[in-house]
Write a protein that binds this ligand. Structure first.
Ligand SMILES: [Zn+2]
Length: 123
């Protein structure tokens, strides 16, 4: 039975994960990447935030998992960034910050194209 230690919680989102906590995260997952189930290699894994910080995840031990740097962590980070961009876009649209579409014959254009292909002025 290992000694129980209080959970590490980063003071801010920028607080780097200390080595002792990385070690605990590594041990908790028994040195195996939870994503691809491969054994983690020295120097080739990183602490990943399960719920990414940019999506409101917390910088704390229970939100950390060890992932191999490539492809698991690099792939997830790219995906997280993509997801964040989408969340942001939806939010903007919801608040009404979306730029009006500039496509020809879009709703904001003074012209509209009818189903038969003819273009008429919007009234
Ligand atoms: Zn992996």
């Amino acid at each position: 039975m290992s000694r129980s230690v209080p959970e590490w919680i980063g003071k801010t989102d920028d607080t780097p994960v200390p080595d002792r906590v990385k070690l605990r995260v590594f041990d908790k997952f028994e040195g195996i990447c939870p994503k691809c189930t491969r054994e983690l290699q020295p120097g080739e894994w990183e602490c990943d935030h399960v719920v990414p910080l940019i999506l409101g995840g917390e910088n704390r031990e229970t939100n950390l998992q060890p992932l191999c740097t490539d492809p698991c962590h690099s792939g997830k980070t790219a995906l997280d960034v993509k997801l964040k961009a989408r969340v942001e876009r939806v939010k903007r649209r919801h608040v009404g910050l979306r730029k009006p579409s500039r496509f020809a014959c879009s709703r904001n254009s003074k012209w509209k194209k009818k189903i038969d292909g003819s273009v008429v002025a919007r009234r």
